[in-house]
Design a protein around this ligand. Structure first.
Ligand SMILES: [Zn+2]
Length: 458
């Protein structure tokens, strides 16, 4: 009798554990099944049972589709290379790509049938992007063999119409990338527009200029004195030229280091940080649900000279290119930015439902007066320094940057800008890594790309 009771208790216990285990498994299965199924170890993602949605550009050009169970990419090699980081290559190596980020929507996974849903159920959806593949191919051609990124965005709507990252490769003719030390393909899986942040150099003067306008008394009348060099507590701040006396507008156009170091020191650590943070530094942003690299500004331990250098974009500050785009949008758009986005629609849905309402909200970064003044100062930079012939008929406002990144490497070249004409509401960011002066390296690429934008969109 005693033996029977012990046996029953053991059986009950086993049954209870079994029940708890099964409940846990079913719970995890429902919650995590799509993540498990999309693991690279699962090799069932090809074959004729799989249907996959198309990825289309804004003009319905097919960038990727599934034919007889095989993923097939655009016919044009330049388009494939220009869109590699956006579309993805079918592996998990480019995690920010549409094929990785939206695999559930594209390949129609559900936990009842997995990827094996009958084709009539057609759970896979097409994804339409805001990007213009022909413009992306032009940007890639202009970029040549330089590393970096080009972004063009409509600042009234937030649509990203161009986004490329180099180095890149052709998904149909994949190079042997096992040799990690191959400099040609350094960081090839990174979409630099989203996942990198760079030393800004003089493009950071845009932020320092905003701080000057908001915090320096009588900034409109103030004159700075540049003797080509300044010594602060024994540390040197240098300028490329001996600019003499100049006000804020000219200091920006000539990109005078001494004037902007003086501004940062005059504004002080606390307010420089406040202005940088109001403009999105040290903040985590997402683009279509994808985390982008943070831009950083931290002067906690900065000496006076460090603070000066931070105002020139040469301390420890870094800027993510897509975040720089948001700053330009805010300046162009009376102080408010529209968050950039890449996914125009998924299936029948315009944008994807979970973020439908938050992605497109405008957010204030600057007062409208400050935005207008920076815009006019950046317009003066083009008119007085580079000439409108660089961007004909575009009413372009811009700033260049040449960011020193150590003595053994050439600096990063930057050019960023936007049109003041709201009937041509486009902004651009161009970065060329380790290439030299911004105006000489990023400048011609920006001019090429914006001329095509003007031809196709004005
Ligand atoms: Zn100077």
């Amino acid at each position: 009798m005693k033996n029977t009771r012990i046996r029953s208790i053991v059986v009950y216990l086993i049954a209870t554990f079994f029940f708890v285990g099964i409940t846990y498994f079913v719970y995890s299965f429902i919650n995590n099944s799509q993540t498990w199924a999309l693991q690279p170890i699962n090799r069932h993602l090809s074959g004729d049972k799989i249907s996959g949605g198309k990825i289309l550009d804004r003009n319905s050009v097919i960038l990727a589709q599934t034919i007889n169970g095989k993923r097939v990419y655009n016919d044009d090699e330049n388009v494939r290379k220009a869109l590699l980081h956006t579309v993805g290559d079918g592996s998990v190596l480019i995690p920010t790509s549409i094929q990785s980020r939206f695999s559930t929507e594209l390949f129609g996974y559900n936990f009842v049938t997995g990827f094996g849903a009958p084709k009539v159920a057609n759970l896979s959806k097409d994804i339409k992007l805001t990007l213009d593949s022909s413009l992306c191919a032009t940007a890639l051609k202009s970029m040549g063999d330089k590393k970096g990124t080009v972004i063009v965005c409509n600042y009234l709507t937030g649509e990203v119409i161009c986004m490329i990252s180099t180095p890149t490769y052709d998904v149909n003719n994949r190079p042997n990338l096992s040799n990690e030390s191959d400099d040609k393909y350094e960081g090839v899986y990174i979409n630099r527009a989203l996942s990198s942040s760079f030393t800004p150099g003089s493009v950071f003067k845009i932020i320092t200029c905003a701080a000057a306008l908001d915090y320096v008394d009588d900034i409109d009348k103030k004159q700075f004195l540049c003797k080509g060099e300044e010594v602060l507590d024994g540390e040197h701040i240098t300028c490329l030229e001996h600019h003499g006396k100049l006000g804020l507008e000219k200091a920006m156009a000539k990109s005078c280091n001494i004037a902007f170091a003086d501004i940062a020191i005059d504004v002080g650590k606390e307010k420089m940080l406040k202005k940088a943070e109001e403009m999105g530094f040290n903040k985590q942003y997402t683009i279509d649900g994808i985390n982008i690299a943070k831009s950083q500004y931290n002067v906690d331990y900065a000496s006076n000279a460090d603070l000066g250098w931070s105002g020139i974009g040469q301390y420890n500050n870094t800027v993510n290119p897509m975040h720089m785009m948001m700053i330009l949008e805010a300046i162009a758009n009376d102080g408010e930015y529209v968050k950039p986005y890449i996914v125009k629609s998924i299936g029948e849905d315009s944008l994807f439902p979970s973020e439908k309402h938050t992605e497109l909200k405008t957010k204030r970064m600057l007062s409208s007066q400050t935005a207008k003044k920076i815009s006019d100062i950046m317009r003066y930079t083009i008119k007085s320094r580079y000439g409108d012939s660089m961007f004909p008929n575009m009413q372009m406002c811009a700033k260049t940057g040449t960011a020193e990144v150590g003595e053994e490497k050439l600096p990063h070249g930057w050019m960023v800008g936007f049109s003041q004409d709201k009937n041509f509401p486009f902004a651009f960011v161009v970065i060329t890594e380790n290439s030299g002066y911004g105006i000489k390296t990023a400048g011609p690429i920006a001019a090429d790309v914006m001329k095509k934008v003007y031809k196709d969109y004005k």
